[in-house]
Design a protein. Sequence first.
Length: 301
Amino acid sequence: MKIENGHFMITGGSGFIGAYVAELLLSQKAGRVVLYDKAVNAGSVAELRKDPRVAVVEGDLLNIGALATACEGIQGIFHMAVLPLGPCDKDPQLAFEVNIRGTFGVIQQAIRSGVGKLVYSSASSVYGDTLEVMDEQHVLNARGMYGVSKLCGELLLRPFESKLPFAVVRYMNVYGPRQMGGLIPAVLGKIRAGQPPMINGDGSASFDFVHVRDVARCTVMAMASEISGEAFNVGSGTEVTVKDITMKLLELCQSPLKPVYQPQAAGAMMRRVGSSEKAKRLLGFQAQTTLEQGLEELTRG
């Protein structure tokens, strides 16, 4: 699907990743971008609102009427709205309503509105806990409610592909400016408050951290591609431990603080690393921001 002059809607568009996707669409000369969100993050959309091509719509995924109105004239949907991991664990019923029933409603409304393609933002959580490097052929073994709900969203797209072409992007550990939660903001927050950062266990748990601008770029590339029915891991290809991240941030901040180690929670994930070779091969995607560059940018802010 052509991005230039296209009309797009982003559910969860004022969220961390959604706002970066919106910025990229505008830079690629999209004709219209609708940000559809139940709770609009005013800070994320402050600059975006200044662009006459942007419309910010406050609406619930489960409000079919509001969704139908927002979808009018839309050619492509980025479905990014989600109940995050923590709230999913605390309230499985709400997770079902938002992440599963809400996704089904978006799919059905997209079909009714004649939308040309939907890109669904999924997560590495669909693979479950594994020490292996995950490619897209890896067994899908989600156990937690968040991963299960994201996997359900992926599967719901399949019966309707003939009416609604789609692509799935499975994000690894996303980080970058404006992020509110996660390991890196937590460590930086402690350092800036003059408090020692906390490390669970011995800090050997390792992950693939990918910069939010790279994630946004791959997400838009999935929309622009003519490929349908495929899932793509989105990562940097770089594995790093929690301890190494923490020590690097302390170094970049020139902090004399030392991390404090605390017991690892039972059943905690020890490795989440995925291969993004498929995205490179079929979409031409490759992460451009190294972890070193990304962390330096954050510590300058």
